[in-house]
Design a protein around this ligand. Structure first.
Ligand code: IMP
Ligand code: MG
Length: 176
């Protein structure tokens, strides 16, 4: 499949992605019994993950979003900006950030920085996709749905040049 100037091939089915999300939602629920966590989705890529996660989250919770920016096309610019802040008061809250994908961890570091300045009760990260061979940061990711090889992927909310977010399955960059 062609997206902009690149060729991609099918990698994971929607059903495999969604059963991994259901598993993670239940794992988080077990850890937040009798709490009302504030789930913070990272836009734009996490919108489908957040929606599916919430479908399977069986307990009290709240949902909000932040927007950061670091990627242009295939590789990170290294500049991570906060474009849109969490509008709710986060003071005293149990924050669980929902990320679409963690690659170098730079975006994650910015999020940790953003929340560390606030008086929150607890902080955790759940990511839909994780590239273990790319991640070099110290922070231990609390919840991971699916590990990926070090290749660029699109679909299920993730984009290449803002295209492909609507794809129900996950596609991986074809090697020549
Ligand atoms: P990091 O800051 O390098 O960890 O990159 C995280 C952000 O980069 C994600 O929130 C995505 O928006 C984007 N990203 C990283 N890898 C991919 C990929 O394989 N496909 C699409 N977007 C990606
Ligand atoms: Mg992107």
């Amino acid at each position: 499949m062609r997206i902009a100037d690149l060729e991609f091939e099918p990698f994971l089915d929607q059903s495999e992605i969604e059963s991994a999300i259901e598993r993670v939602a239940k794992e988080v629920a077990d850890d937040y019994l009798n709490k009302t966590p504030l789930f913070v989705g990272v836009l734009n890529g996490s919108f489908r993950f957040v929606s599916e996660f919430i479908k399977h989250y069986p307990q009290s919770c709240e949902v909000s979003f932040v927007k950061l920016s670091s990627y242009q096309g295939l590789s990170s610019t290294g500049i991570v900006e906060t474009l849109l802040d969490v509008s709710e008061s986060v003071e005293g809250r149990d924050i669980v950030v929902l990320e679409d994908i963690i690659d170098s961890g730079r975006t994650l570091q910015e999020l940790i920085h953003l929340f560390s300045a606030q008086n929150i009760s607890s902080f955790a990260i759940a990511t839909l996709f994780f590239k273990p061979s790319k991640y070099k940061k110290e922070y231990q990711i609390n919840y991971k749905a699916i590990d990926l090889p070090d290749e660029f992927v699109v679909g299920y909310g993730l984009d290449y040049k803002e295209k492909g977010r609507e794809l129900n399955d996950l596609y991986i960059l074809k090697n020549s």
